[in-house]
Write a protein that binds this ligand. Structure first.
Ligand code: 4AD
Ligand code: MG
Length: 461
């Protein structure tokens, strides 16, 4: 008999003979009847398997403990019990693998998230992580669907690069040289000409610069891949390895860019609500009662758009004592962003036109000589979820900025060529995928929305 996934069982007619496979969540009962809650990862809902103890023996059911994997055939029947519509009256049982109760770590319900982080290899088997990972998968699909339907091309930027797009200098070096005894130049410095690529290389912090090459050829592209930042930020919003989506569009100005960003995140949230309703309801019930209300709220409201300068004014006039004092020119901290979003406007905010000193070299310079055409999308509970800008398309202005910031020119010649040959106005942004998953699942720590988080002092599993 062909196996039926548990997600399909709930759409199968009672009376059907079925074959199901999965992992045992719990077993309970008495000497007449035993109930097993079975989960196969296809849905948050467990399937109840009923073992009539006139047919089965204690001995046969003994290995059926929490965490064990089994195959059951039987008849699907309407359920008498509450909490489920159907159940399986078992006829045959095959045990694939046991899970010794003395050793299997996920015995009881309601393990803390901290405990589960230490058991990240098994946590996908919990209800919580099953739900989160299904939402994560759906969101990844929604992202491709959104851009593909809009005629954007999926563009693959390299993971190993020689350029530091964000200029933060927080890169993971890639080398095959022996770290203890590398070849050296006469002056004692490491001779990277002997390295694998004949040059210093690192893992990418952003696919944007290469994405701009794609956009100025294909018109509109998006990247979607892992990015790496060696910044020592031990916060609930930062990972050393995270996934980023970076659309880049020729002929888009900052307003087109903001419109796209707003449409895009709303599309993703709507998709998750439509396709992962049960998972989101489960997460809402267990972690964040306001989750669905908050998601609906974001969908039903226009994002507020204002300049950095206006934002600073609001913060200064708020009368609020911030840990980091605000004045024009400072980089906004999470507390400032959250004040604007959660207390002042109570809506997502797109902040634009930041001082050029606190933003990247590639952003389009405004007439005022002080600000650049940057845009950050700020979300409730998250802070910055998207960072982007219109790009400086003028060769001379870009070159001047590169020189001012002392960015090594020899590394940038290929990027400057986009401005030298057929330059066009263009824009783009980057969405931190895990921050979107955080928002949609209502979780509060970014380590809980990626299967295997990489953070300072932690690259286990
Ligand atoms: O603001 P960022 O640094 O912008 C860029 O990298 C641009 N090149 C994007 C572009 O214009 N194409 O990063 C973009 C987003 C942030 O808004 C945030 O959501 C996320 O990436 N992000 C991180 N997410 C998790 N962990 C980190 N360490 C992150 N750093 C940035
Ligand atoms: Mg940013």
């Amino acid at each position: 008999m062909k196996r039926t996934k548990i997600s399909d069982i709930f759409h199968t007619a009672p009376g059907t003979e079925v074959s199901v496979m999965g992992w045992v969540r719990t077993r309970r009962g008495n000497k007449y009847v035993q109930f097993v809650a079975l989960n196969d990862g296809s849905t948050i809902r467990n399937l109840q398997i009923v073992f009539d103890m006139n047919v089965f023996t204690d001995e046969v059911l003994k290995p059926v403990t929490t965490g064990s994997s089994i195959h059951v055939t039987g008849t699907l029947v309407e359920s008498q019990g509450k909490g489920q519509t159907v159940e399986v009256q078992a006829k045959t049982l095959e045990v694939f693998g046991t899970a010794d109760p003395a050793e299997y770590p996920l015995q009881k319900k309601g393990h803390s998230l901290e405990f589960l982080r230490e058991h990240a290899h098994l946590r996908p088997r919990t209800n919580t992580f099953g739900a989160i990972l299904r939402v994560r998968s759906a969101l990844a699909f929604a992202i491709h669907k959104f851009f593909q339907e809009k005629g954007f091309y999926y563009f693959h930027s390299p993971l190993i690069t020689t350029s530091d797009c964000e200029g933060a200098g927080a890169m993971f070096q890639v080398t095959t040289l022996p770290v203890n005894n590398p070849p050296r130049n006469e002056d004692g410095s490491v001779d990277y000409s002997k390295d694998f690529f004949g040059n210093t290389t690192a893992l990418t912090v952003s696919g944007q610069l290469e994405g701009e090459l794609g956009a100025t050829a294909l018109g509109a592209i998006y990247t979607f891949g892992p990015t790496f930042r060696a910044e020592n930020s031990n916060t609930p919003r930062h990972l050393a390895e995270f996934w980023m989506i970076e659309p880049e569009m020729a002929f888009y100005d900052i307003t087109d860019n903001m419109d796209l960003a707003e449409e895009f995140v709303k599309y993703c949230i709507r998709y998750a609500l439509d396709h992962c309703r049960e998972d989101i309801e489960f997460l809402s019930e267990h972690f964040d009662k306001d989750l669905i209300k908050r998601l609906e709220f974001v969908l039903n409201n226009d994002f507020v758009r204002l300049t950095y300068t206006e934002g600073i004014k609001i913060l200064e006039e708020s009368g609020r004592k911030f840990e980091f004092p605000v004045s024009w020119g400072v980089d906004l901290q999470s507390e400032h962003e959250r004040y604007l979003v959660e207390e002042h406007f109570r809506k997502p905010v797109i902040l634009t036109d930041y001082p050029k000193e606190i933003k990247s070299f590639y952003m389009k310079q405004n007439e005022d000589g002080k600000t650049v055409r940057a845009m950050d999308v700020l979300f409730p509970n998250i802070g910055e979820i998207i960072g982007g800008s219109e790009r400086e398309e003028n060769y001379d202005k870009l070159l001047t900025r590169i020189k001012e910031l002392d960015i090594p020119m020899k590394d940038m010649w290929w990027y400057l060529d986009t401005r030298k040959f057929g330059t066009v106005p263009h824009s783009g942004f980057g969405l931190g995928f895990e921050r979107l998953v955080l928002f949609v699942t209502g979780m509060t720590n970014i380590r809980d929305v990626i299967p295997f988080p990489r953070t300072p002092n932690n690259a286990q599993f």
